[in-house]
Design a binder for this molecule. Structure first.
Ligand code: C2O
Ligand code: CU
Length: 479
């Protein structure tokens, strides 16, 4: 992994330590309208991010909360959201990772017109897959998501793995705060960020709070759902450092829990990781210098505790028994025999070869990069071209080989489908995990496969939102 900037912890961690918040369950649930819709509004909401001693930031949130209300639905159920835009600019909501009907995918300019200020839009869709998903703004995402427009969307299995008390969502974000402790709005749209690693923050929150403490009971098993809602930061975690097992990525559970044994997991923007954790004496001892133990981000030289866990002894003796069958979503296996091969070459950005780049049908010349803000390309084309990257017939298997010729890591997201990651640098991977976003480091080649079985026009883009805005954005069509 390329080296990431360390968090600027100088002033901020002191503040964080002073204001430790203790809570167990995240977010309020949203109110319902008389006709049974969840009432979701994009709001302009001043909120203090860095603590009581600092002024409020001008955030854009769902229902005045950061993160937005957690939406929960049973697998096979219907999500009904009446969305009202109370911002001064157009927006729309994308349901990230949901294999959804195309008209509800929420991509402004591709699957719907953005919702204008003061207007409303009804999102109604069935959810086929259980798992950990999220929702976020999908118009000028680089600004709207950075200002707080996101929340978790949990689709419950028919037989949940654990009960609600033991099911903990952690929506993680890195905000960029200025010296006055408020969100640094002046840096939004900074082309230096756009051409480098994206807009990295310096203030880490979980469910809107800095270093929250979760209270757990020894010997009981918890499911932790990690969602990386940061614009561009790759979080690095080591679940084995506190005895957690990994049970799934991007909403899809593995067949068996996995012990990672010191392996560092990179969690790119938009990716999710589900963990299973049973605190016992050993796990509590592992990191006992910070509370009882902590989930830490380890990309910087010094580990930063994302969330703290406080472990209580059990009152009664018997821990609730748990039958550990991991739910498998139904998804078509790629048919490699008849697959269509598509290749995607990523170029551009700082310290990379720009090569020849086309934008809106024209060759880009010196000076165009700054004028248009376009500096990354897929197969030589910056941003959405007239023609899709590929067309597929419904049911056709697509094998996509991505070659990262830039100097930076990226996280590539496919809309409307989950795919299997097959190979890294030409070598088959041990596990063919299902994902909706894959990480690709500089000079790497990643091969994925999926059955294109969801009709419509779908985006394929880097989920480092500045990279997407600056050109790493294309589309494909399934008919
Ligand atoms: Cu999470 Cu195109 O989005
Ligand atoms: Cu990128």
């Amino acid at each position: 992994m390329a080296k990431l900037h360390p968090f600027n912890r100088r002033d901020f961690l002191k503040v964080a330590g002073a204001g430790l918040s203790v809570f167990t369950l995240p977010a309020l649930v949203a109110a319902k309208t008389a006709d049974g819709f969840i009432d979701l509004r994009a709001t302009k909401t001043p909120q203090r991010l860095a603590g009581e001693n600092y002024a409020a930031s001008n955030l854009w949130l769902y229902n005045d909360q950061s993160p937005g209300p957690e939406l929960r639905v049973k697998q096979g159920g219907i999500v009904r959201v009446r969305f009202t835009n109370e911002l001064d600019e157009p927006t729309s909501i994308h349901w990230h990772g949901i294999r959804i009907v195309n008209s509800m995918d929420g991509v402004s300019g591709l699957t719907q017109e953005p919702v204008k200020p003061g207007e409303a839009f009804d999102y109604v869709f069935e959810v086929h897959d259980a798992g950990t998903f999220w929702y976020h703004a999908h118009n000028k995402s680089w600004e709207q998501v950075a200002r707080g427009l996101y929340g978790s969307l949990i689709v419950e299995e028919p037989q949940p793995l654990v009960d609600r008390e033991h099911d903990i969502t952690l929506v993680i974000d890195d905000w960029r705060l200025g010296d006055d402790g408020t969100i640094d709005l002046a840096s939004l749209g900074n082309l230096g960020d756009w051409s480098h690693a994206g807009r990295l923050g310096n203030w880490l929150t979980v469910n809107g709070k800095s270093q929250p403490t979760f209270k757990l009971v020894k010997g009981e098993t918890y499911r932790l759902r990690l969602i990386n809602a940061a614009n561009a930061r790759i979080l690095q975690i080591d679940p084995s450092a506190f005895g957690a097992k990994v049970i799934g990525y991007d909403g899809f559970l593995f067949a068996e829990p996995r012990e990672t044994q010191g392996e560092v997991l990179a969690v790119t923007s938009a990716q999710r990781v589900d963990l299973l954790l049973t605190p016992d004496d050993a796990s509590v001892k592992m990191l006992n210098d910070v509370g009882d133990f902590a989930l830490q981000e380890i990309s910087s030289r010094e580990a930063l505790s994302i969330a703290l866990f406080e472990v209580k002894e059990r009152k009664s003796t018997a821990a609730p028994s748990l039958k550990l069958t991991l739910h498998q979503n139904e998804i078509a296996e790629p048919d490699m025999g008849s697959a269509k091969a598509v290749s995607l070459n990523m170029a551009g950005g700082a310290m990379g070869r720009m090569g020849q780049m086309m934008y809106r049908g024209k060759k880009m010349k010196r000076g165009d990069f700054e004028r248009t803000g376009q500096m990354w390309s897929f197969n030589g084309i910056a941003n959405l071209g007239e023609e899709p990257l590929f067309r597929a017939n419904k049911g056709e298997t697509i094998v996509l080989t991505t070659d990262n010729q830039t100097g930076w890591p990226h996280g590539i997201h496919l809309h409307g489908h989950h795919f299997q990651v097959l190979e890294l640098n030409g070598k088959p991977l041990k596990h063919r995990d299902w994902r909706d976003t894959f990480t690709i480091d500089r000079d790497e080649t990643v091969k994925i496969a999926f059955v294109a079985d969801n009709p419509g026009k779908w985006l394929l883009h880097c989920h480092m939102l500045e990279h997407a805005a600056a050109g790493m954005n294309t589309w494909f069509e399934v008919s």
